[in-house]
Design a protein around this ligand. Structure first.
Ligand code: UDP
Ligand code: MG
Length: 139
Protein backbone atom coordinates (compact mmCIF):
# COMPACT_ATOMS: atom_id res chain seq x y z
CA UNK A 1 0.00 0.00 0.00
CA UNK A 2 1.32 3.43 -0.76
CA UNK A 3 0.17 6.63 0.85
CA UNK A 4 1.38 10.01 1.92
CA UNK A 5 4.08 10.38 4.55
CA UNK A 6 4.50 12.20 7.82
CA UNK A 7 7.51 12.67 10.08
CA UNK A 8 7.59 12.02 13.83
CA UNK A 9 9.98 12.21 16.76
CA UNK A 10 9.40 10.45 20.07
CA UNK A 11 10.70 13.23 22.32
CA UNK A 12 13.24 12.98 25.18
CA UNK A 13 10.65 12.82 27.99
CA UNK A 14 8.90 9.81 26.44
CA UNK A 15 12.14 8.01 25.51
CA UNK A 16 13.60 8.46 29.01
CA UNK A 17 10.32 7.29 30.60
CA UNK A 18 10.60 4.13 28.46
CA UNK A 19 7.38 4.80 26.54
CA UNK A 20 9.02 4.19 23.14
CA UNK A 21 7.72 0.64 22.65
CA UNK A 22 4.15 1.52 23.63
CA UNK A 23 4.15 4.59 21.38
CA UNK A 24 5.46 2.64 18.38
CA UNK A 25 2.73 0.06 19.04
CA UNK A 26 0.07 2.80 19.09
CA UNK A 27 1.43 4.16 15.79
CA UNK A 28 1.34 0.75 14.09
CA UNK A 29 -2.12 -0.02 15.47
CA UNK A 30 -3.20 3.36 14.09
CA UNK A 31 -2.54 2.00 10.61
CA UNK A 32 0.81 3.66 9.88
CA UNK A 33 3.68 1.83 8.16
CA UNK A 34 7.24 2.50 9.31
CA UNK A 35 9.36 3.68 6.37
CA UNK A 36 12.49 4.73 8.31
CA UNK A 37 13.49 4.97 11.98
CA UNK A 38 16.54 5.95 14.02
CA UNK A 39 17.60 6.62 17.61
CA UNK A 40 19.78 9.69 18.11
CA UNK A 41 20.45 12.73 20.26
CA UNK A 42 19.88 16.12 18.63
CA UNK A 43 22.66 18.68 18.68
CA UNK A 44 21.76 22.25 19.67
CA UNK A 45 22.34 23.34 16.06
CA UNK A 46 20.05 20.65 14.67
CA UNK A 47 17.28 21.34 17.21
CA UNK A 48 17.46 25.08 16.46
CA UNK A 49 17.27 24.38 12.73
CA UNK A 50 14.36 21.93 13.11
CA UNK A 51 12.32 24.44 15.14
CA UNK A 52 13.53 27.57 13.27
CA UNK A 53 9.91 28.55 12.55
CA UNK A 54 9.51 29.11 16.33
CA UNK A 55 12.76 31.07 16.88
CA UNK A 56 10.99 34.30 17.85
CA UNK A 57 8.64 32.54 20.30
CA UNK A 58 9.26 32.96 24.06
CA UNK A 59 9.52 29.19 24.55
CA UNK A 60 12.22 28.65 21.87
CA UNK A 61 15.32 28.48 24.13
CA UNK A 62 13.58 26.14 26.58
CA UNK A 63 12.31 23.99 23.71
CA UNK A 64 15.83 23.59 22.26
CA UNK A 65 17.25 22.75 25.71
CA UNK A 66 14.52 20.16 26.26
CA UNK A 67 14.85 18.58 22.80
CA UNK A 68 18.63 18.16 23.30
CA UNK A 69 18.30 16.84 26.88
CA UNK A 70 18.35 13.17 25.86
CA UNK A 71 17.92 10.79 22.95
CA UNK A 72 14.93 10.79 20.62
CA UNK A 73 13.50 8.33 18.09
CA UNK A 74 12.93 9.88 14.64
CA UNK A 75 10.75 8.11 12.06
CA UNK A 76 8.99 8.46 8.73
CA UNK A 77 5.46 7.03 8.62
CA UNK A 78 3.24 6.19 5.67
CA UNK A 79 -0.54 6.06 5.49
CA UNK A 80 -3.31 7.52 3.38
CA UNK A 81 -3.89 11.06 4.72
CA UNK A 82 -0.80 10.58 6.94
CA UNK A 83 -0.32 14.16 8.18
CA UNK A 84 -3.88 14.80 9.37
CA UNK A 85 -4.47 11.27 10.66
CA UNK A 86 -1.24 11.37 12.67
CA UNK A 87 -2.13 14.74 14.23
CA UNK A 88 -5.41 13.12 15.31
CA UNK A 89 -3.54 10.11 16.77
CA UNK A 90 -1.14 12.29 18.81
CA UNK A 91 -3.68 14.87 20.06
CA UNK A 92 -3.41 18.55 20.94
CA UNK A 93 -0.05 20.25 21.65
CA UNK A 94 -1.09 20.80 25.26
CA UNK A 95 -1.79 17.37 26.79
CA UNK A 96 -4.37 18.99 29.09
CA UNK A 97 -6.41 19.65 25.93
CA UNK A 98 -5.60 16.37 24.15
CA UNK A 99 -8.46 13.95 23.48
CA UNK A 100 -8.79 10.75 25.52
CA UNK A 101 -6.76 7.90 24.05
CA UNK A 102 -4.32 10.09 22.12
CA UNK A 103 -0.56 9.59 22.51
CA UNK A 104 -0.08 13.00 24.13
CA UNK A 105 -2.99 12.40 26.52
CA UNK A 106 -1.43 9.09 27.58
CA UNK A 107 2.27 9.96 27.70
CA UNK A 108 2.88 13.74 27.70
CA UNK A 109 3.73 15.55 30.93
CA UNK A 110 3.44 19.23 29.88
CA UNK A 111 2.88 21.50 26.87
CA UNK A 112 6.65 21.42 26.30
CA UNK A 113 7.44 17.81 27.24
CA UNK A 114 4.58 16.52 25.10
CA UNK A 115 6.01 13.11 24.15
CA UNK A 116 5.86 13.28 20.36
CA UNK A 117 6.15 15.43 17.24
CA UNK A 118 3.98 15.24 14.13
CA UNK A 119 4.41 17.23 10.91
CA UNK A 120 1.77 19.89 10.22
CA UNK A 121 1.64 19.70 6.38
CA UNK A 122 2.71 17.47 3.49
CA UNK A 123 5.36 20.04 2.58
CA UNK A 124 6.84 20.08 6.09
CA UNK A 125 6.65 16.28 6.31
CA UNK A 126 8.92 16.06 3.24
CA UNK A 127 11.29 18.73 4.59
CA UNK A 128 11.47 17.09 8.05
CA UNK A 129 11.92 13.54 6.67
CA UNK A 130 14.80 14.72 4.47
CA UNK A 131 16.33 16.50 7.49
CA UNK A 132 16.95 13.11 9.14
CA UNK A 133 16.93 10.50 6.35
CA UNK A 134 18.95 10.76 3.13
CA UNK A 135 16.52 8.31 1.46
CA UNK A 136 13.86 11.05 1.72
CA UNK A 137 15.99 13.80 0.20
CA UNK A 138 14.07 15.80 -2.36
CA UNK A 139 15.60 16.01 -5.83
N1 UDP B 1 5.85 24.28 22.82
C1 UDP B 1 6.12 24.81 24.08
N2 UDP B 1 5.31 25.82 24.55
C2 UDP B 1 4.25 26.29 23.84
C3 UDP B 1 3.98 25.75 22.57
C4 UDP B 1 4.80 24.74 22.10
O1 UDP B 1 7.08 24.41 24.74
O2 UDP B 1 3.56 27.20 24.32
C5 UDP B 1 6.72 23.21 22.30
C6 UDP B 1 6.05 21.82 22.32
O3 UDP B 1 7.05 20.84 22.59
C7 UDP B 1 5.54 21.73 20.88
C8 UDP B 1 6.66 22.42 20.11
O4 UDP B 1 7.06 23.50 20.95
O5 UDP B 1 5.32 20.39 20.48
C9 UDP B 1 6.29 22.95 18.75
O6 UDP B 1 5.15 23.76 18.89
P1 UDP B 1 3.94 23.67 17.86
O7 UDP B 1 3.06 24.84 18.09
O8 UDP B 1 4.46 23.46 16.47
O9 UDP B 1 3.16 22.36 18.37
P2 UDP B 1 2.97 20.91 17.70
O10 UDP B 1 2.93 21.09 16.22
O11 UDP B 1 4.17 20.09 18.15
O12 UDP B 1 1.69 20.38 18.26
MG1 MG C 1 4.21 22.08 14.95
Amino acid sequence: MSGSITFTMIKPDAVSAEHTGKIINDILEGGFNLKAMKYLRLTKEKAEAFYAVHKERPFFADLVAYMTSGPIVAAVLEKDNAVADFRTLIGATNPAEAAEGTIRKKYATSIEANAIHGSDSDENAAIEASFFFSSFERY
